[in-house]
Ligand binder design. Structure first.
Ligand code: 5AD
Ligand code: SF4
Length: 502
């Protein structure tokens, strides 16, 4: 059954479930593509309802997060809301009073993991009936997922969508007092809620600059689960970054599904991602990054601003997805192999030491051996330092899911391996070229495997390990690369030279 011909009546008639049609509009490809330029409203008046401010006192929550940095950041908002209701956090499922799964829908295996976890939850729920269980994030925006939870995991207390996070206090209240599963998923939401609390930890902070995506690449579910593109006002983004700088954060990552479309929805001002980066550049925060870029909208203004460097890092994540113009057409990426290479050329001229990383899908419907080899040759021609590589996963309701998935599974796996081998070689070659160089790193903490070793990142986002005093954690330091490996640079700490102001 496709999304278009599914209706929500089967959901309404599920036993024990109230009529929630006002809250749940199933995602529809047709409707999503028709979405117009409804006015985007920005709300600055969020507050936790009076009666919910003590609701979590003495209770503990655990949130399990899947997927991209946008989801990780949503989890920070959810934690901020729960803290504001008096909850505290725990890592132990046995002592949690509330467990939330913040889910990802981008590939099938991410969904399988969540359904597997929900299976385990049944026993926990039987042992402790007071435990509240919720599913949120991108999977909640899919009608088929909601149906499956209703029929197979009816013990779940609440399901809420990516546009409903600010409703969490109300959803919790309803779930606590009602015997039915509470479902609140809006499929279209043009609004931005500005003043939600956020619980940030560590030295790096994520900052949303826009929400949603209007690109509709044929394989991708994000335009349905995250809604239409809407940019935060520059003054709100800049105020947040200034505040993070005042709090002592060392790095901000500006986030959006398609950040190069930033500002395109403003009707009153002409202000793009390049302008935003130029303004963020003037804020006294040591490191600024952004993700994710779409090659189609990556303009000259942005390149010109990134070339000014300072606190703007010389690392660009530029998903290419395929090196074959034919496949790119079927993916509806709206650029060709040639125009991608042209963009890379421009970046290389303006920022010669820029490191490029990418995302690639292998085994897209109809991908021939020759077309896959075009991807391999492009990867080598660009000389990416790293790539997130994926086997194509059909997503119900997307145009690609209706294409014939005719590349055999073994061929897909073999292509992934060939691509990963090529990437490992490229990464090793690029790391080898750094031997003996002195670079600035931001020290993030102890290495996961050896607490005597510090773990740090270069401006180009390469991982560096070295021995040094613990008080370097959270600071920038200069190191000399001694032993490059495939995915890691071993280094030695230098007390001199000092770190540049930026
Ligand atoms: N199958 C495989 N990979 C996908 N991605 C997005 N949708 C799919 C899919 N259906 C990958 C793309 C994207 C990254 C976040 O996930 O490479 O850039
Ligand atoms: Fe998905 Fe990115 Fe394409 Fe948007 S630009 S549809 S998020 S792959």
């Amino acid at each position: 059954m496709t999304r278009e011909n599914q209706s929500s009546t089967d959901l309404k008639s599920a036993p024990g479930v109230k009529d929630y049609s006002a809250y749940f509009q199933p995602p529809s490809l047709k409707d999503a593509k028709k979405r117009g330029k409804e006015e985007i409203q920005v709300h600055y008046d969020f507050s936790i309802p009076e009666e919910m401010r003590e609701f979590g006192a003495g209770k503990r929550y655990l949130i399990q997060t899947y997927g991209c940095q946008m989801n990780e950041h949503d989890t920070e908002t959810i934690k901020g809301l729960l803290d504001a209701m008096g909850y505290t956090s725990t890592e132990d499922r046995q002592e949690a009073d509330l467990i939330l799964f913040n889910t990802c829908a981008v590939r099938e295996n991410a969904e399988d993991k969540v359904f597997g976890e929900l299976g385990h939850m049944k026993v926990l729920k039987q042992q402790r009936p007071g435990l509240m269980l919720g599913v949120c994030g991108c999977m909640s925006q899919e009608e088929a997922v909601v149906n499956r939870i209703l029929s197979k995991h009816p013990f779940v207390d609440m399901i809420f969508g990516t546009h409903n996070i600010h409703r969490l206090p109300h959803i919790l209240k309803e779930a606590a007092f009602s015997k039915e599963m509470v479902i609140e998923v809006w499929s279209k939401e043009g609004d931005i809620i500005e003043n939600l609390p956020k619980k940030r930890e560590g030295i790096k902070a994520w900052v949303n600059i826009m929400y949603g995506c209007d690109k509709f690449c044929t394989y991708c579910i994000v335009p349905f689960t995250r809604g239409k593109e809407r940019s935060r006002r520059p003054e709100d983004v800049l105020a947040e970054v200034r505040d993070l700088a005042r709090q002592g954060f060392q790095e901000v990552m500006l986030l959006g599904q398609n950040v190069n479309a930033y500002g395109k929805d403003f009707e009153d001002i002409d202000y793009t991602l390049g302008d935003l980066m130029d303004d963020v550049r003037k804020i006294d925060i040591p490191r600024v990054r952004f993700t994710t870029s779409h090659p189609r909208d990556f303009d000259d203004r942005l390149i010109e601003v990134l070339a000014k460097k300072g606190n703007l890092m010389e690392h660009i994540h530029l998903p290419v997805q395929s090196g074959s113009t034919e496949v790119l057409k079927r993916m509806s990426r709206k650029y060709s192999r040639e125009s991608y290479l042209e963009l890379v050329g421009k970046i290389r001229v303006a920022i010669p030491d820029a490191v490029l990383t990418t995302d690639i899908i292998v085994g897209f419907p109809g991908e021939t051996e020759e077309q896959f080899e075009d991807t391999l040759s492009l990867v080598k021609e660009v000389g990416f330092d790293a790539a997130y590589t994926f086997i194509y996963s059909p997503r119900e309701g997307t145009p690609a899911a209706a294409m014939e998935d005719n590349v055999p599974e073994e061929v897909k796996k073999a292509r992934l391996k060939r691509l990963n081998d090529a990437m490992a070689e490229l990464s090793k070659a690029s790391n080898d070229a750094m031997a003996g160089k002195v670079v600035e790193v931001l020290v993030e903490g102890e290495s996961k495997y050896n607490p005597d070793i510090l773990s740090a990142r270069t401006r180009t986002n390469k991982l560096v390990h070295f021995s040094g005093p613990k008080d370097l954690i959270g600071k920038r330091a200069m190191v000399k690369i001694t032993q490059p490996k495939t995915w890691l640079l071993m280094a030695e700490w230098l007390e001199e030279p000092a770190v540049s102001p930026f």
